[in-house]
Each structure stands twice: as C-alpha cells, then as structure tokens.
Design a protein around this ligand. Structure first.
Ligand SMILES: [Zn+2]
Length: 70
C-alpha cells in the first residue's frame, strides 16, 4: 500500500512558544487550519510578551491506498 494526503482534510498547524532561557514559555496556539492564522497567533503573542521563538507543527491527514507495500 501507499499513503497520499487526504484532499478533503484540512491541514492542521500548531505553534508552541519556546522562548525562554531557564524554561520555555510553553504557550500553545491550539490547532489552526491555515498558516495565516498561525502567523496571526504568533504576532498577537509576540505583541503582548515580546517572545520571538516558536516551534511549528504541521499535521497532514494521510489516506492508505493499495500499492506496492501490501
Ligand atoms: Zn511565549
């Protein structure tokens, strides 16, 4: 079988604020569906806290399809 991204599925983006020297801030955006929304969340968090370092996670839904790896 093989896997393909599900064309009907919304992608998921999440950002975690990893700004901090002793420990990370840890603020989480929650799952958003466009990179624009993610950027807006980061802009808002940065505006209120001045934090500048974030880790982004992108989630893609895969669909298994018959193929070479049976
Ligand atoms: Zn932060």
């Amino acid at each position: 079988m093989t896997t393909v991204p599900d064309p009907m599925a919304l992608p998921g983006y999440e950002a975690v604020c990893v700004t901090g020297e002793e420990h990370n801030c840890g603020a989480v955006s929650g799952t958003l569906h466009t990179s624009d929304e993610l950027t807006r969340w980061i802009a808002g968090h940065c505006a209120t806290t001045g934090h500048e370092l974030y880790e982004q996670t992108t989630r893609t839904l895969l669909r298994a399809e018959p193929g070479a790896w049976q």
